[in-house]
Design a binder for this molecule. Structure first.
Ligand SMILES: CC(C)(COP(=O)(O)OP(=O)(O)OC[C@H]1O[C@@H](n2cnc3c(N)ncnc32)[C@H](O)[C@@H]1OP(=O)(O)O)[C@@H](O)C(=O)NCCC(=O)NCCS
Length: 107
């Protein structure tokens, strides 16, 4: 996980309107998240994402969203399944607002 920022212009209009008028927003980028292929499909990937969300929520440094540059369509499908949304010009760039992530964890 790494601190990063994304241009607000890439975000959907309805979300962008609620943000302060800065050109970028702070995010936490997830990189190289992976599960041993022998344990694929057992729920470990979602546990890792939930763990990442928990870390962001506990941090004293604010982030608007978690983001990921999914490496392929299978990875993008996994993140979309968890609620990540596409943003920007690259179709595999995905984000999940921290407020939404918090609600998902509380379910
Ligand atoms: C992507 C990856 C992390 C998923 O891990 P996993 O442990 O197999 O995922 P989970 O078992 O936790 O799956 C969680 C949910 O996502 C769904 N899902 C997984 N892949 C999906 C896909 N391509 N499209 C749609 N849904 C998908 C699962 O069906 C599951 O749904 P459920 O909770 O409703 O049952 C794993 O396959 C992996 O390590 N892939 C190789 C590395 C990689 O691509 N990493 C991402 C880098 S950007």
């Amino acid at each position: 996980m790494a601190a990063a920022e994304v241009p607000v212009t890439g975000l959907p209009d309805d979300l962008r309107r609620k943000l302060p008028r800065y050109p970028t927003v702070p995010v936490v980028r997830i990189g190289r998240l992976a599960v041993d292929v022998r344990h694929d499909g057992k729920g470990l990937g979602s546990i890792l994402v939930a763990n990442a969300i928990g870390r962001v929520l506990r941090s004293e440094i604010a982030a608007y969203a978690l983001t990921v540059d999914a490496k392929d369509e299978a990875a993008a499908g996994f993140y979309r399944h968890l609620g990540f949304l596409p943003f920007g010009p690259v179709d595999k760039a995905l984000f999940l607002p921290v407020a939404t992530a918090k609600k998902l964890l509380e379910k």
